[in-house]
Design a protein around this ligand. Structure first.
Ligand SMILES: *[C@@H]1O[C@H](CO)[C@@H](O)[C@H](O)[C@H]1NC(C)=O
Ligand SMILES: *[C@@H]1O[C@H](CO)[C@@H](O)[C@H](O)[C@H]1NC(C)=O
Ligand SMILES: *[C@@H]1O[C@H](CO)[C@@H](O)[C@H](O)[C@H]1NC(C)=O
Ligand SMILES: *[C@@H]1O[C@H](CO)[C@@H](O)[C@H](O)[C@H]1NC(C)=O
Length: 357
């Protein structure tokens, strides 16, 4: 019912405000009536408009043309419709804050009519779908804030399409439970990436290569408050971090969250070679050793079988050889016997002589 009221009001020129008026401060004298919407604050000058905790279901239509910063916080916008702002273009709007607005869908061309927009904050919204052309029509957009906005659905692919044509400089993705670097969301030329309070245990070597690719060499990323796991898998990242500390502004405050022995340790005080692996990872080399023992055993068995076959095939030759050997032994023994007998006398003589000395 509320929704219907809003729509009807919208068609009469946007006077949809269900909420009570909150002190419209210092509206420029002579501005057309309603230039600061009743649901919003216009602070000091109509350049800054804040519409807070009102039950707006559409962006307000009657905004001062001169507005630079607009924030609508705590409303229930649900869907940011195509051309939601186009009914009343705001040629000077540079910053648009739409956080805690229960936005689930951003349609194509939703920001049409805001040609000067540089900063868009969609944080704290349960985004479910973002159209490929959601940010079309705002070519100057440089900062996009999506903190705690990607928790409701896996949005990376949709966002990658939507960000394709932008020249973003700063992207905020804090608090999104990310487990890996969102490589698809890093347009060339990005300078700042905020990844604090996510679920990153490490950055893998492949991710570090992407960070060192030509278009992203100027990128600095914030990584605080991630559950970094200080085991051997963290070595590539730690080596990279020590060589590129300036690229992680909060590098010095990064701490290990595991394994237990290193919990709370300052990451930059550790050496990459010093990071060991826990029991789990040790399992793999153990299995490898078992496999190599089995292989070694099989090879030995094969050699044994070949040896036995050679023996079997050569049994006549071996018999002859044994016979010859026995003959040779006998000759040798006879020779020895003879020599022994010959030598016996002098030995005995010396043995008898000795006590007489
Ligand atoms: C608009 O927001 C920007 C960035 O947050 C800020 O620097 C600027 O002072 C704000 N403008 C007004 C009129 O408050
Ligand atoms: C927000 O709006 C949607 C549709 O416009 C409605 O279904 C929902 O109940 C609203 N939520 C609140 C908390 O008012
Ligand atoms: C990206 O830009 C190209 C040309 O600049 C345009 O043809 C295309 O439609 C744009 N794509 C989106 C999703 O806006
Ligand atoms: C970190 O992010 C989670 C959601 O992923 C959120 O619930 C929590 O409040 C955030 N913590 C801080 C300190 O912002």
């Amino acid at each position: 019912m509320a929704r219907r009221q809003v729509r009807a009001a919208g068609s009469r020129g946007w006077l949809p405000w269900l909420g009570f008026a909150l002190l419209p401060l210092a509206v420029t004298p002579g501005a057309p009536p309603g230039s600061c919407p009743s649901a919003c604050y216009c602070v000091a000058t109509p350049e800054l408009v804040q519409c807070r905790y009102e039950r707006l279901e559409e962006p307000p239509g009657e905004l001062p043309l001169t507005v630079h910063n607009l924030s609508i916080v705590g409303s229930n916008l649900s869907v940011l419709h195509r051309a939601a702002f186009a009914a009343r273009p705001l040629p000077d709007l540079r910053l648009l804050r739409l956080h805690h607005d229960n936005i689930q869908t951003v349609e194509d061309m939703a920001l049409q009519g805001l040609p000067a927009l540089r900063t868009l904050d969609l944080s704290h919204n349960p985004l479910q779908s973002v159209a490929a052309g959601a940010f079309a029509g705002v070519p100057l957009l440089r900062t996009l804030q999506l903190n705690q906005a990607l928790l409701a659905a896996p949005l990376e692919d949709q966002l990658a399409l939507a960000l394709r044509n932008l020249s973003l400089r700063r992207l905020e993705l804090a608090g999104n439970a990310l487990r890996a670097l969102p490589t698809a969301l890093l347009p060339a030329g990005l300078e700042e990436l905020d990844l604090h309070n996510n679920s990153l245990q490490r950055l893998a070597a492949s991710e570090l290569r992407i960070l060192d690719a030509p278009g992203l060499r100027g990128l600095r990323l914030t990584l605080g408050n991630n559950p970094l796991s200080c085991d051997c898998a963290l070595r590539p990242f730690l080596a990279w971090l020590r060589a590129a500390t300036t690229r992680v502004p909060d590098a010095r405050s990064l701490r290990c969250s595991g394994p237990p022995a290193l919990r709370g340790a300052v990451l930059l005080r550790l050496r990459p070679e010093g990071l060991a692996c826990t029991g789990e990872e040790d399992g793999e080399p153990g299995q490898l050793e078992t496999a190599s023992y089995v292989f070694f055993g099989i090879v030995l068995a094969l050699i044994g079988i070949v040896f036995l076959m050679v023996l079997y095939l050569n049994r006549r030759g071996i018999k002859r050889w044994l016979h010859n050997l026995r003959e040779a032994c006998r000759d040798q023994m006879e020779g020895y016997h003879y020599r022994y007998e010959q030598d016996a006398d002098p030995r005995r003589a010396s043995a008898i002589d000795t006590p007489g000395l």
